[in-house]
Design a binder for this molecule. Structure first.
Ligand SMILES: *Cc1c(COP(=O)(O)O)cnc(C)c1O
Length: 366
């Protein structure tokens, strides 16, 4: 079966006469349960839910592993840190990746006796960087700078040093690259972004190629009680039916927008891994199957960048990315990333690209 067909059907139950294709969300704290609790698959809503089970099966098919759903991307990352890392361990992570993950590590792991080392995504990693490492977290393409690193090479190097490897796959999604196939032990993602793609649900997951880890991740989820709501999980599963169609359109639009921006005399520093001239293009072409929906660029200074964003009418100002609606923001307004004041992260949606380019042409002219 080809990808679009597989994704469309992922996690759907066998056809049953008179039943829906995707059964609705199961709202249950308690399930009928007499006698030995192990005689039932479902017992209590903090432990499991059939809506999670179906979605996790779908995520597992997409990532090529065993998946566990969490109520947000950060809940997924913190569960991963919590089951893998112990006092005295070493976490190596990107200095230019999603900043909340870095703050989580610096604010909570360091004080729990875990060493946190940060490295830029585009840097050459050597043995010294990985000495004593327990977990190497990669983020490629990195958010927001869109640098790319070689997952296959880094996973092999980390494994030689006895470290586990996780890839934050949020920007690419499983349709853009499959970290477990590239040698990573974990693929972690914020499904809030392009996977759900409608800007209406916060959700995340971890996929692993060893079910011993997903058993631990599920135990962590049950014990901490950080569980996703069935409605959100069902909405996310429903979104998978259009995932390939959305991503195809978003990637096509993103490339056209990146080419438009690159050719504009006022715009500089355009980054998009799909641009033939991008410094990450060669590597991205080897390890990615699609280049994603996010484009980064800079425009003059802070004032000019804000003027541009204020002048756009179809490109909406909002944070986050991956939605069907095109959005953009001046990333430095948050203060968490070391990016120039004029740096704009643009998330390209499913609109007609002619309208997007028209909108930006006018806004750049003002
Ligand atoms: C948004 C994001 C996260 C966090 O996801 P939430 O769903 O907002 O918790 C993690 N990693 C990356 C790369 C992200 O962009």
């Amino acid at each position: 079966m080809h990808e679009a067909t597989r994704v469309l059907r992922a996690g759907l139950p066998e056809a049953v006469q008179g039943e829906p294709f995707l059964p609705g969300p199961t709202f249950a704290a308690t399930f009928h349960l007499a006698g030995d609790p192990s005689s039932s698959t479902y017992s209590y809503g903090r432990y499991h839910n059939p809506t999670w089970t179906r979605f996790e099966q779908a995520l597992g098919e997409l990532d090529g592993g065993d998946a566990v759903v969490f109520p947000s991307g950060m809940a997924a990352i913190s569960a991963l840190f919590s089951v893998v890392l112990r006092r005295g361990d070493v976490l190596v992570m990107p200095s230019d990746g999603y900043y909340t993950a870095r703050h989580l590590a610096e604010d909570y792991l360091q004080s729990a006796g875990i060493e946190v080392r940060t490295l830029p995504t585009s840097d050459t990693v050597n043995g010294e960087d990985l000495r004593g490492a327990t977990l190497l977290l990669l983020e490629t393409p990195s958010n927001p700078g869109l640098d790319v690193c070689d997952v296959t090479e880094l996973a092999a190097m980390a494994h030689r040093h006895g470290a586990l490897v996780a890839v934050d796959n949020t920007t690419a999604t499983a349709l853009g690259q499959r970290p477990l196939e590239l040698g990573a032990d974990f693929s972690v993602a914020s499904d809030t972004k392009a996977l759900v793609g409608h800007g209406d649900v916060v959700l995340g997951h971890v996929a692993a190629n060893d079910s011993a880890w997903t058993t631990k991740l599920k135990a962590w989820r049950s014990r901490t009680g950080a569980i996703p709501g069935p409605m959100e999980v069902w909405l996310a599963h429903r979104s998978l039916a259009t995932f390939v169609v959305r991503i195809e359109q978003q990637c096509r639009n993103a490339l056209a927008v990146a080419q438009f921006l690159e050719a504009h005399p006022d715009v500089h520093g355009v980054r998009y891994p799909g641009l033939p001239g991008d410094r990450a293009h060669g590597l991205a072409s080897r390890q990615m199957r699609r280049y994603g929906s996010v484009v980064a660029f800079s425009l003059g200074d802070k004032v000019r960048a804000d003027q541009f964003l204020d002048s756009c009418t179809i490109v909406s100002q909002a944070t986050s990315f991956g939605s069907v609606h095109t959005t953009a923001e001046r990333r430095a307004r948050w203060g968490g990333d070391s990016v120039p004041e004029a740096f704009i992260r643009l998330s390209v949606g499913c609109e007609d690209v002619r309208d997007l380019i028209d909108d930006m042409t006018k806004a750049l002219g003002e």
